[in-house]
Design a protein around this ligand. Sequence first.
Ligand code: SAH
Length: 271
Amino acid sequence: MRFDLITIFPEFFGGPLDHGIIRRAREAGLVDVQVQDLREFTKDRHRSVDDRPFGGGEGMVLKPEPLFEAVESVLGRSAGDAAKQHRPDPGTAIVLMSAAGKLFDQEMARRYSRLERIILICGRYEGVDERVAEHLATEEVSIGDFVLSGGELPAMLVVDAVTRLLPGALGNEASSQNESFSEFEAGTPKGPFVRAPSQTDTGKAGNTTNSAARGQVRALLDFPHYTRPADYRGWRVPETLLSGNHREVIKWRQQKAQEKTRRNRPDLLGE
Ligand code: SAH
């Protein structure tokens, strides 16, 4: 899997790419992450990447030319017109990070993890010339309902969520099988933490979401984890976890996952 991050702040990614699972995945050759300096794709003397907005208003807007040039340079070909139905390469996504985009979630991360190549465009200032969203990006993606000052953190978050889903990326450290937002083939041996499809999956008009349509069910949020010491400042680890009774432990985890999902994310239960 190859990622290209297009940014006006290439140094931004130094830290996040050099630690933990992502670092290991890079070293193992599972992912190749290239950071592209947008200014390298300007042609004027001042290497300008932004300009004032037509129609007036505050702030600056990232110009289309350097972004198109950058994407076409890393693709090694013309980007065509993303607004036209014909997609030259279904294995490649060109993603514009945008507070006004579609919400990123674990299902999108899973879809991305099956691609060969993802180009992530990081906006800044007031945002990006709309022709990038319309004709260059194959998708416009938001990481949540809040506004950040740039697309670098959002892009990094996508790289992280996708990389840890690649086979071999997690090693023995953890598994992406039984965590929050996991999905299972319906009918396969289910972990204990699976909920049945609900109204969330079957919309009011009976429209099923993608996952329900594929016959898949989703996990509850993760259950609470504890480690030593068994007593910390008088707060004891729940007795069931210390009991050694595996069946009881599973029941307890199921119940706590259910409680936590109801408390923090009732929407996942269709409530
Ligand atoms: N004027 C825009 C915000 C621009 S913020 C608006 O109101 O929607 C500058 C850049 O930060 C954006 O171009 C985008 O790349 C990035 N950004 C900000 N919030 C984001 C979010 N929630 N998800 C993804 N990218 C975001």
